[in-house]
Design a binder for this molecule. Structure first.
Ligand code: AMP
Ligand code: MG
Length: 491
């Protein structure tokens, strides 16, 4: 534990790359910043004692007022494909990497988001509004609580500085924490620059995928086999991540290649959503009028994004066949995670051949009747003993009984003791997820300077599988007839 953030041991490995990869630029502070919330779980990961959080230096650094002692902030450059189209150079347009620190739990990069303009801001203001900052702050913890790889956030600082979006809102800065914020787009940026591409690749492999260096010679792409090995690992991690998203009912909303983490983390929370009433083609981002990033499109989009990443490596003279070989592992990795997760969620011992039909029937049932995603899984555990609350989620019971007949036969074949089945299912199917309307309540309070709703949500989302007394409303779908919260790219 340390009592001041000045005591962190810094390594700053990304900053040790040549200056081609970033611009040294200072954050622009908010006026009269207020520390609305500190995430004590992330503070603990970073070895911070309560004293460190109360030290005035904490607010000064994480509101962008002064650099973390001993570090030089930077904004990283990257490019990317946005909505399927090459967008050219992007970069941290409103984010500053403060430092990478070594703690008892490993290395963590600390990045401010909403901290002012950088050379990559293009026409925008470098700011983030309270609304989107609260959403990102909560989302990292919601995903972590579900066991899904994600960036997280340490602190949320708000101010009265105006920010102009569709209406006038106020500015906020969150401090994001991850081992690295390198994206697919960080590689795409160097698609015509072999030297820089090689440096970045070697940096990422040595630092985050050292196991890939351990390769047998003789694979295609002489001398570059470790890169092919590594790409296969990125493909695997990405496939596993998306499988987790699918079975959690999570839609990212903006799966542009610049929002895809090279470490397989959920990155850049914007117009994301956890599905309430299930529709397989659910689109959570209001700006995504064509549904490119619909729930049922996410696996194919991830594959498309991986193709964009892999194709960059032709610049290093890696043969296309070797790249295709690395890409070909997606489906198997996706299916393994997806099938395992569905088996746990449905209370089966393990996936067996033939179960895919059962899973497909389940999705069909939920889709046809727009059943609540989270509650349908959760309440299935109560069938067959007390089927009523489960059945209440479906307006038409006949097709539900048909599916349940097959399902109960399948569970009988497994022969798990009833109590064990229920326990397993309740450990895999959350009661509380970060539904948009819950986030909205926390945002409204935060805009009034009140962080207590954030506090309540974090408590529930950190233990989403355990029922907490007095909080039944947080497990409910949005009130019937209420207008869905519209979330878009504007943040
Ligand atoms: P996003 O859609 O949030 O992933 O952002 C796409 C790109 O636009 C990234 O390069 C961001 O840094 C940049 N960007 C988004 N919003 C802003 C903003 N308000 N000011 C500066 N750059 C921004
Ligand atoms: Mg982004």
């Amino acid at each position: 534990m340390i009592s001041s953030i000045a005591q962190w041991h810094q390594v700053n490995s990304f900053a040790a790359l040549p200056p081609d990869f970033y611009s040294r630029v200072r954050p622009q502070p908010l006026s009269d910043p207020q520390l609305l919330h500190v995430n004590t779980d992330v503070a603990a990961l970073l070895d911070l004692s309560p004293q460190a959080l109360h030290d005035p230096l904490f607010l000064r650094v994480f509101s962008g007022q002064e650099p973390l002692p001993g570090s030089e902030p930077l904004a990283a450059v990257y490019s990317g494909h946005q909505f399927g189209v090459w967008a050219g150079q992007l970069g941290d347009g409103r984010a500053h990497l403060l430092a990478e620190v070594t703690t008892s739990t490993g290395n963590h990069e600390l990045q401010l988001k909403g901290s002012g303009m950088t050379p990559y801001s293009r026409m925008a203001d470098g700011r983030a509004v309270v609304r989107s900052s609260v959403r990102e702050y909560l989302a990292g913890e919601a995903m972590a609580g579900l066991g899904i790889p994600t960036t997280r956030a340490l602190s949320l600082v708000v101010s009265n500085d105006p920010v102009y979006r569709e209406t006038v809102e106020t500015a906020a800065i969150i401090t994001r924490v991850a081992p690295s914020f390198v994206r697919f787009g960080s590689f795409e940026h160097w698609h015509k620059a072999p030297r820089q591409l090689q440096w970045l690749t070697d940096y990422v492999i040595h630092r985050f995928y050292p196991e890939c260096l351990d390769t047998t010679a003789g694979l295609p792409g002489a001398g570059k086999a470790y890169i092919v090995n590594w790409l296969a690992q990125v493909v695997k991690r990405t496939a596993q991540l998306i499988a987790h998203w699918q079975t959690a009912g999570f839609c990212h909303g903006v799966m542009n290649t610049d929002n895809m983490s090279i470490l397989g983390l959920t990155l850049d929370y914007g117009p994301y959503g956890f599905i309430d009433a299930f529709q397989a083609d659910h689109v959570c981002n209001h700006s995504d009028t064509r549904g490119r990033y619909a729930w049922n499109a996410q696996p194919a989009v991830a594959q498309w994004n991986l193709h964009r990443l892999a194709s960059v490596f032709t610049t290093l003279d890696i043969p296309v066949e070797a790249l295709q070989e690395a890409l070909s592992g997606f489906e198997a990795a996706f299916l393994e995670t997806y099938r395992g997760s569905m088996a746990r969620k449905l209370g089966l011992r393990a996936w067996q051949p033939g179960d895919d039909d059962l899973y497909d029937g389940w999705w069909g049932l939920l889709h046809e009747q727009a059943a609540d995603f989270t509650l349908a899984f959760r309440r299935l555990a109560q069938v067959p003993e007390q089927p009523d609350t489960f059945l209440a989620l479906f307006p038409d019971h006949e097709p539900v009984h048909d599916w349940l007949d097959g399902y109960l036969q399948r569970t009988a074949h497994d022969n798990l003791p009833a109590a064990e089945r229920v326990e397993r299912m309740n450990g895999a199917n959350p009661l509380y997820v970060l539904r948009n309307h819950l986030a909205q309540n926390a945002i409204q309070a935060a805009e009034q300077g009140n962080g207590s709703e954030i506090d309540t949500l974090l408590r529930l989302l950190r233990n989403p599988f355990t029922e907490t007394d007095g909080h039944s409303a947080y497990a409910e779908p949005p009130p019937a007839g209420s207008r869905p919260v519209a979330v878009s790219c504007s943040s």
